[in-house]
Design a protein around this ligand. Structure first.
Ligand code: 2NL
Length: 344
């Protein structure tokens, strides 16, 4: 038995020595140390031994088992280390390879234009305010001198949600809310950018959803000349210092008097060409002096306070500034269009 154990030990150790993979090691472990292995078999046969021999053989068998297990573990560690090394070698990264290009996005043209308008008016002391896109009939119409049944409501055919709620047709309700909150207690100098909605059939110049930036300045002694000065600065900063502006009489229910502003055509400088349809001027926005009734409804004493207001469409501003020929380009998200306006 002694010899048998000795032979088993040498045989197993030789196999461990030769083993080249973790799988082979596992097989050796099962074959020699497993429940059906030869060492277990030797231990089972010990019943036939004498009382003196039994502990001696038992101890020897355990020692053989421990030796084989120890060698298996040592070899296992070695093979695992080698495997890791090979893996690391295989997975090295060639840092000299050219990198994959990262495509950088950028703000949408409309976002850039709105931010440019905001910055420009912030520079003249205006605050930027936003408000809800779902509005009450009161703030969208009534508070702006557009009572129920007023014919001008038809020009802003609207998306109603209930009798009293609709998608706002302009951003003026944000201004009406602000004035209403102050109730004549302090001046207001704000612009409000945002999305507005009108029931319209989409074409190259119309969209049922578009963007507006409106401005409002209410204080003591605000005059038409203040409106003209602010809008002149806006036009020159947005379109170029060489541009001239002109104001023409117009009508809005919430301003009196009302004006429309044109800028001189940059193509013909006022001579008349196809861009300005022969007039030398291009219409860019509307405005006027806030109607006294609008001031009174918001709690401002129209004998003490006056104000100007104006409204513009950033889509139109961008179309004129960059020669965009169809308003739908802003909403259809064709990357070939959008990429042209990503600043470097
Ligand atoms: C346009 C013209 C305009 C206003 C907007 C306004 C707001 C208040 C009071 C009085 Cl709270 N007016 N806004 C006034 C005149 C014209 O917009 O053509 N927008 C695209």
């Amino acid at each position: 038995m002694r010899e048998r154990l000795q032979a088993l030990k040498e045989e197993a150790l030789a196999k461990v020595d030769q083993a080249d993979t973790l799988n082979e090691l596992q097989d050796i472990k099962v074959a020699y140390l497993g429940k059906k292995g030869p060492i277990t078999e030797v231990l089972r046969g010990m019943g036939k031994l004498s009382k003196e021999e039994r502990p001696v053989i038992g101890e020897l068998a355990n020692k053989v088992r421990e030796t084989i297990a120890g060698e298996l573990d040592a070899k296992k560690e070695k093979l695992e280390a080698r495997e890791l090394e090979e893996k690391l070698e295989k997975e090295t990264i060639d840092v000299t390879l050219p990198g994959r290009p990262v495509t950088l996005g950028g703000p949408h043209l409309l976002t850039s234009i709105v931010e440019e308008i905001e910055d420009l008016f912030i520079g003249m002391g205006f605050e930027v305010r936003e408000g809800p896109e779902v509005e009450t009939d009161y703030y969208n119409f009534e508070a702006l001198n557009l009572p129920k049944g007023h014919p001008a409501r038809d020009m802003q055919d609207s998306f109603y949600i209930t009798e009293e709620l609709l998608m706002r047709t302009h951003t003026s309700p944000v201004q009406a809310r602000t004035m209403g909150k102050y109730q004549g207690s302090k001046p207001v100098k704000m612009i409000c950018p945002g999305k507005v909605y009108r029931r319209d059939t989409d074409d190259a110049t119309h969209s049922h959803q578009f963007t507006q930036v409106e401005g409002l300045y209410v204080d003591r002694n605000v005059r038409m000349s203040d409106l003209k000065g602010v809008l002149n600065r806006f036009a020159k900063q947005m379109f170029g210092e060489e541009r001239e502006i002109r104001l023409r009489p117009s009508f809005f229910p919430f301003t009196e008097p009302s004006v429309e502003m044109d800028i001189s055509c940059k193509v013909c400088h006022g001579e008349g060409c196809s861009v300005c349809k022969g007039t030398g001027w291009i219409e860019i926005l509307g405005g006027g002096m806030v109607h006294p009734r609008v001031l009174e409804m918001a709690g401002y004493d129209s004998k003490e306070y006056t104000g100007f207001a104006f409204g513009m469409g950033p889509e139109r501003i961008a179309m004129l500034k960059y020669g965009v020929d169809d308003i739908r380009h802003f909403y259809t998200n064709d990357i070939r269009f959008l990429k042209q306006y990503h600043k470097a």
